[in-house]
Design a protein around this ligand. Structure first.
Ligand code: NAX
Ligand code: K
Length: 482
C-alpha cells in the first residue's frame, strides 16, 4: 500500500478513465462505501450533507442517496454548477425527490451528523471567504463529522476537523501527516484498477499484508539460542540525570518481541531486572564477551552514550542506536565499518544529527527521515506522529500508534523490540518497520482498553498480543483507529 499525494491520486483516477474505466462507477462506489461507514458509526442518525461542486461533492450526493435508501433522514445542501459525474449524482438524488438547498442556506441541527463533501483532492490552495467561514461553522457546530476522502481544506488551514474520514482508493499524505484532523480513518476500495495503485516510487504505508510475511518463524525445534539473542548496552553511573530503567525496558521490549535471550550490560548498581536477563554489571562502558546476534545501545547512557556505541561497534553486530548514542560521529563510525545499524531518533535528536530544528523535522518527517538515511547510510526510525522508517530510497510511514504512547520509556521498549527482530535475522529496514508497526499496534490495543496513562512496560507486555493479531491476519488493513 502506497502513500499518495493528492496529485498522484488524481493522476491514478485520470489513468483509470484513460483505460476506459467509467469514472461514474468510482464515484458510486465511493459514495456507497462511505454510506456504509456512516451507518456503522452513526446508525440511523439524520445526516446533513454539505456538497461542493466538484467530484468530492458528487461522492456526497451519492452517499445521500444510499443513506436515504437505508431509511436515514438526509438534508442536503450543495454548491451550484455541477458538471460531469457530479451532475449525474445530483440528478440521481433529485430523481428520488430529495430537496437540495444552496450551500449558503445550510444550518446545523442538534442530533445530526455532518457529512463533509465540500473538497477533496482537487483543492488548489487555502480556503478563503465563504468556504473558510463554512468550515469554521462546521467545526464550531460541535456535531459529529464524517469527512469524505479528506477533511475539507487539508492540507491547508482552515480545514474541517472530522470525527472520522473515509479515504478513497488509497491513503493520501494528509491522512497520516495531519492525522489530527481526520479522526478515525477508514480506507475504502472503490474499484480503481490495482496496477494504478502500485507506485513503487511513492512511500509505503506499513500494512499488515506487507509485514506479516516478515514475522520470524518459530520452528518446533526452537531453543533460546536459535531464535535471536540480544545484547542491551546502556545506562550511566555518575553525577546528573540517570535513567536507570531505560536499558531494563529495552531488555523487556526485546524479550516481548520474541528474543531467546537478553544480555543486559549496564553500570554496577543497576537493578537486576528483568529476572530473565543475563546480567553483566560493568564499571564503565565495556563490551564483555556476549553470545548475541544483535545489540540495542545507548538507552539511559547520558554522557556514556557515545562510549557505549563505540564499544558496541567492536562486536560488529547489527545494532539499534538510540537516545544518547545518537551522535554524528557514531553514525559515521558505523557507516565506515559497514556495520548494519538502525538509528531511532525523535525529532529533537534527528534535528541534532541533521543540523535542523526539531520543528523543521516534525513539519516534514518524510523529507527529514530520507535526508538522515542518506547522510548516514543507515536505516532510520524517525519517531513521531507519524513515525517514518527510511533506508536508502525506501520510505515506510507507520499508521499505528496513538498519543497514549507519549510516555517515558516507550522508546526504550521500541529499541529492544527492533533489536530482537534484527537478532532473528531481519534486515534493518524490515526489523525497523515491523518493530515500529507492532509497537504502535500494542499501544493501540492498550489505549482502547485503558485510555491514557499507559506504562512503557505495559506496551512491552502487549507486544505478543499485537504480534499474534498480525500473525493470524486479524488486523484490519482498512481501519486506522486513534
Ligand atoms: N475519478 C475521479 O476523479 C474520482 C474522484 N473522486 C472524488 O473526487 C475528489 C476530487 O474531485 P475534484 O477533482 O473534482 O476536486 P474537489 O471536489 O476536491 O474540488 C474541486 C473544486 O474545488 C474548487 N477549488 C479548488 N481550490 C479551491 C479553493 N482554494 N477555494 C475554493 N474552491 C477551490 C475547484 O475549482 C473545483 O470546483 C476526490 O477527493 C474524491 O472525493 C471519487 O469520486 C472517486 C473518483
Ligand atoms: K471532504
Amino acid at each position: 500500500m502506497r502513500l499518495f499525494t493528492p496529485e498522484a491520486m488524481r493522476e491514478a483516477d485520470r489513468k483509470a478513465v484513460e483505460r476506459g474505466y467509467p469514472s461514474l462507477l468510482l464515484m458510486e462506489w465511493a459514495g456507497m462505501k462511505a454510506a456504509r461507514v456512516y451507518l456503522e458509526l452513526f446508525g440511523k442518525a439524520p445526516a446533513l450533507v454539505l456538497a461542493g461542486k466538484g467530484n468530492n461533492g458528487g461522492d456526497g450526493l451519492v452517499l445521500a442517496r444510499h443513506l436515504l435508501l437505508e431509511g436515514v433522514g438526509v438534508r442536503v445542501y450543495a454548491a451550484g454548477g455541477q458538471t460531469g459525474d457530479a451532475l449525474l449524482a445530483l440528478q440521481a438524488l433529485l430523481a428520488h425527490g430529495v430537496e437540495v438547498g444552496p450551500l449558503e442556506e445550510a444550518s446545523f441541527r442538534e442530533g445530526e451528523v455532518v457529512v463533509d463533501a465540500l473538497f477533496g483532492t482537487g483543492l488548489k490552495g487555502p480556503l478563503t471567504d465563504f468556504y473558510a467561514e463554512l468550515v469554521e461553522r462546521v467545526n464550531r457546530a460541535g456535531l459529529p463529522v464524517l469527512a469524505l476522502d479528506l477533511p475539507s481544506g487539508l492540507p491547508f488551514s482552515p480545514h474541517v476537523r472530522a470525527t472520522a474520514t473515509v479515504a478513497f482508493a488509497a491513503l493520501k499524505t494528509p491522512h497520516l501527516l495531519q492525522r489530527e484532523a481526520c479522526g478515525k480513518l477508514y480506507l475504502a476500495e472503490i474499484g480503481l484498477p490495482k496496477p494504478l495503485l502500485e507506485r513503487e516510487d511513492l512511500p509505503e504505508v506499513a500494512s499488515p499484508e506487507a509485514l506479516r510475511p516478515l514475522l520470524p518463524k518459530r520452528p518446533l525445534t526452537a531453543h533460546k539460542g536459535s531464535v535471536g539473542r540480544v545484547g542491551v548496552l546502556g545506562g550511566y553511573k555518575g553525577e546528573g540525570l540517570r535513567y536507570a530503567g531505560a536499558p531494563l525496558l529495552a531488555a523487556l521490549g526485546a524479550y516481548r518481541m520474541g528474543a531467546g535471550l537478553v544480555h543486559l550490560v549496564a553500570p554496577e548498581g543497576t537493578p537486576l531486572e528483568p529476572l530473565e536477563a543475563v546480567f553483566h554489571p560493568v564499571p564503565s562502558p565495556t563490551l564483555p564477551p556476549l553470545k548475541a546476534e544483535a545489540l540495542a545501545v545507548g538507552m539511559g547512557g547520558g554522557p556514556w552514550g557515545r562510549a557505549w556505541a563505540l564499544k558496541a561497534l567492536e562486536a560488529r553486530l547489527p545494532t539499534v542506536l538510540d537516545a544518547d548514542a545518537l551522535h554524528p560521529e557514531v553514525a559515521e563510525a558505523y557507516r565506515k565499518a559497514g556495520v548494519p545499524a538502525v538509528l531511532t531518533p525523535h525529532a529533537g535528536e534527528a534535528g541534532r544529527l541533521l543540523g535542523a530544528s526539531p520543528e523543521e523535522v516534525a513539519k516534514d518527517p518524510l523529507t527529514a527521515a530520507r535526508a538522515l538515511a542518506e547522510r548516514t547510510g543507515l536505516a532510520v526510525v524517525l519517531k513521531g506522529n507519524p513515525t517514518v522508517v527510511a533506508e536508502g530510497e525506501r520510505l515506510s510511514v507507520n499508521p499505528t500508534g496513538n498519543p497514549a504512547l507519549a510516555t517515558g520509556g516507550t522508546g526504550d521498549v521500541l529499541s529492544g523490540a527492533i533489536a530482537a527482530l534484527l537478532a532473528a535475522g531481519l534486515r534493518p529496514f524490515d526489523a525497523a518497520r515491523l518493530g515500529v508497526y507492532l509497537h504502535g499496534l500494542a499501544g493501540d490495543l492498550l489505549a482502547e482498553e485503558k485510555g491514557v496513562g499507559l506504562l512503557a512496560r505495559e506496551v512491552a507486555e502487549a507486544l505478543p498480543r499485537a504480534r499474534r493479531l498480525l500473525q493470524e491476519g486479524r488486523v484490519s488493513p482498512a481501519f486506522f483507529p486513534r
